[in-house]
Design a protein around this ligand. Structure first.
Ligand code: SAM
Ligand code: SF4
Ligand code: SF4
Length: 336
């Protein structure tokens, strides 16, 4: 990322944070855009491949990105579904980069060998790794899920890309953290652990009953310990502390009138048809704002259906807004 882009993200985040702290109008600095719901895999916990498979054409994506930029978005996460199913993914990344945005891409990397240059323009790549071959395949729908992934990770790192592996904590990955961290140390990536999120349009399945809440909390405490020992874990300390105290992992989010959530104010989620929601989890639970017609800052009703959650990526964002100082210190350590 260029210095000017870093400064733009920092300034946009500052504006967003200030507006959130004084209960001002929404000023999101970051957006996640699912470029498609389509996917070549069928992971046990994900519903994306089963919902609307229609995508926006590239020209319309360009219009959307222009609007996002005009709205103040300086950090764009491209996700899915599987983004690499779109043959124009490199063009989408280029459109966002031309607007000076920081761009991350989430991909399962199973299609990487077909078009290894498609991710070249992205600043950060997030991929999915739920453990060794056996555990990964068990969680992520069979042998198609692992083939080529370790090679793709090594190739991206050899090309100088920052790579973060996301591990969804299920019965399959529960005993896999040591394997993942040893791989990360050997190959040169970092790991983000996230709870299995349930009860939303983008997810499927339930949290395994074979693991008790006490065992889940012990898992998160052990990851926190490993992080303190300097293992390559990108999940933040406040996030790991928070999850070490989550009472019931079969519930991903709830409404507490005493709490407030920065989703929608600091960031939002856009589905493949350009319908925006405060976050991924709220899709189907709150009315969308279509960004090709309306401006999020004025059209959004400024309410979230829940205010407290354990939803992996959202919780990190929320802590960024709710505990900005500790988050900034941690970010400075993470992104030297
Ligand atoms: C929806 S996927 C899209 C990108 C790409 N297809 C992939 O799998 O990496 C983004 C991330 O969300 C994770 N994910 C999917 N369903 C989840 C769930 N129910 N709870 C937590 N994370 C989930 C995936 O494992 C992946 O790391
Ligand atoms: S998690 Fe990713 S790879 Fe798995 S089904 Fe969902 S979109 Fe596809
Ligand atoms: S608490 Fe906020 S970030 Fe979490 S699921 Fe609800 S709206 Fe989304």
């Amino acid at each position: 990322m260029r210095w000017s882009e870093q400064a733009a993200v920092g300034y946009a985040f500052g504006t967003s944070l200030l507006s959130y702290l004084v209960d001002g109008p929404p000023r999101p600095f970051s957006a996640t855009f699912a470029v498609t719901n389509r996917c070549n895999l069928r992971c046990s916990y994900c519903n994306c491949p089963y919902i609307d498979p229609t995508d926006l054409p590239l020209a319309t994506v360009g219009t959307l990105i222009d609007r996002l930029h005009d709205m103040g978005i300086r950090r764009l996460g491209l996700a899915g579904g599987e983004p690499m199913l779109r043959k124009d993914l490199a063009d989408i990344i280029a459109l966002a980069k031309a607007r000076g945005m920081f761009v991350s891409v989430n991909s399962n990397l199973t299609l990487y060998r077909r078009r290894p240059d498609a991710l070249e323009g992205a600043d950060v790549i997030y991929t999915s790794l739920d453990g060794d071959e056996e555990a990964h395949e068990a969680a992520r729908g069979g042998e198609k899920a692992y083939a080529g992934v370790p090679e793709a990770i090594r190739d991206l790192i050899a090309r100088g890309k920052e790579l973060i592996a996301i591990c969804v904590v299920t019965e399959h990955s529960f005993a896999q953290s040591e394997y993942l961290l040893a791989q990360a140390e050997e190959v040169g990536f970092r790991v983000h652990f996230q709870p299995q999120c349930v009860d939303t349009e983008n997810t499927r399945g339930t949290v395994p009953e074979s693991i008790t809440n006490q065992q889940f909390r012990a898992f998160w405490r052990s990851i926190l310990d490993q992080k303190k020992r300097g293992r390559p874990i990108i999940s933040s300390t406040p996030y790991l502390q928070f999850l070490s105290q989550w009472s019931d992992f079969s519930i991903s989010a709830f409404y507490d009138a005493a709490a407030s959530c920065p989703a929608g104010r600091g960031y939002f989620y856009i589905d493949p048809q350009a319908n925006a929601y405060p976050c991924t989890w709220t899709k189907g639970k709150t009315p969308p704002v279509n960004l090709l017609r309306d401006d999020w800052r004025t059209a959004w009703g400024r309410e979230t259906p829940c205010t407290v959650c354990s939803v992996g990526p959202m919780l990190e964002f929320n802590l960024l807004f709710q505990r900005p100082l500790s988050a900034a210190l941690e970010a400075a350590r993470n992104y030297r």
